[in-house]
Design a protein around this ligand. Structure first.
Ligand code: HPA
Length: 307
């Protein structure tokens, strides 16, 4: 090919990439088949690690790990505190796949890229997704280090038309108009609360409503007051797009937020939220969440009726 023809072809590829509105079914399938060809693990549970919570991935036994950059079609993680590795292994005897690092809209990714791994998980045989995140506590009773089991969410970007299911519906994944009133499975929530109590964390474990915003800036005081008055207990910049796509393709969902900071609600306060504080709180309290997820996995196996 002559140099001008090659340049034209490159421009055409770039133009197509820039105007895409989603992955094709075949692209999801290709990534799933690639992964299945590289490991003998056949996970039924996927765990998504939030900011500073990547330690969960290290708990997996018999690990087979992939850098996101090596997996066909996978986006790359750009946020400090998000390693960018997909780890297959066993947690308490249960075959799992763990995302050490997730994708966010504020990194510049469209939501269909943010949620790409969830459909790949579905295609490799995953049935349950456990999503974790770091969040700011809006509920004034919440303390730094508390764990909130998510009972429901408010999808703020969704109010403005930002939804990962926007565009042509792929029926092979799910229906055009999926329900979201049962997004966070009651049995899993109950199990998480029960396991938290068993581990002696009753004081730390809450159940509440998570509100997602686009970020990357933390919220103003007026925004925090507004979100709290809407019924939100915690606020963050992730999880909801993944939950929507997971429910669309029939996955069971458990969501848990580690409260890493108290949202600033008072004009007399000198406090300001920052990412270092979020990561530090993650370090201090991640062990609780790790224990909780680990024990949950064990109980999930014992509690087939919950599933
Ligand atoms: N706001 C939004 N996202 C967050 C926060 C917060 O206060 N803390 C951790 N992630």
């Amino acid at each position: 090919m002559s140099p001008p023809a090659a340049e034209t072809q490159r421009q055409e590829v770039r133009r197509k990439e820039e105007t895409r509105t989603g992955y094709t079914y075949e692209e999801y399938k290709h990534s799933a088949e690639w992964l299945l060809s590289k490991t003998e693990h056949r996970p039924t549970v996927a765990i998504v690690c939030g900011s500073g919570l990547g330690g969960l991935g290290e708990l997996l036994k018999d690990q087979v790990a992939f850098n996101y950059s090596d997996i066909p079609n996978f986006p790359h993680s750009t946020v400090p505190g998000h390693a960018g590795r997909l780890i297959f292994g066993n947690l308490n005897g249960k075959p799992c796949v763990c995302m050490q690092g997730r994708f966010h809209a504020y990194e510049g990714y469209p939501l269909w890229k943010v949620t790409f791994p969830i459909r790949v998980f579905h295609l490799i045989g995953v049935e349950t997704v456990i999503l974790t995140n770091a969040a700011g506590g809006l509920n004034q009773d919440y303390k730094v280090g508390d764990i909130m089991v998510i009972m429901d969410h408010i999808n703020m970007p969704g109010f403005a038309g930002q939804n990962p299911l926007t565009g042509p519906n792929e029926e092979r994944f799910g229906p055009r108009f999926p329900a979201m009133s049962d997004a966070y499975e009651k049995g899993l929530r109950k199990l998480a609360l029960a396991v938290g109590e068993e581990l002696g964390f009753s004081e730390k474990i809450r159940e509440g409503v998570y509100c997602s915003l686009g970020g990357p800036n933390f919220e103003t005081i007026a925004e925090c007051r507004f979100l709290n008055s809407l019924g939100a207990d915690a606020v963050g910049m992730s999880t909801v797009p993944e939950v929507i796509v997971a429910r669309h393709c029939g996955l069971r969902v458990l969501g848990m937020s580690l409260i890493t900071n108290k949202a600033v609600m008072d004009y007399n306060s000198e406090a300001t939220a920052n990412h270092e504080e979020v990561l530090q709180a993650g370090k201090d309290s991640a062990k609780f969440l790790e224990k909780l997820v680990s024990r949950l996995l064990q109980r999930i196996e014992l509690n087939n009726n919950v599933f």
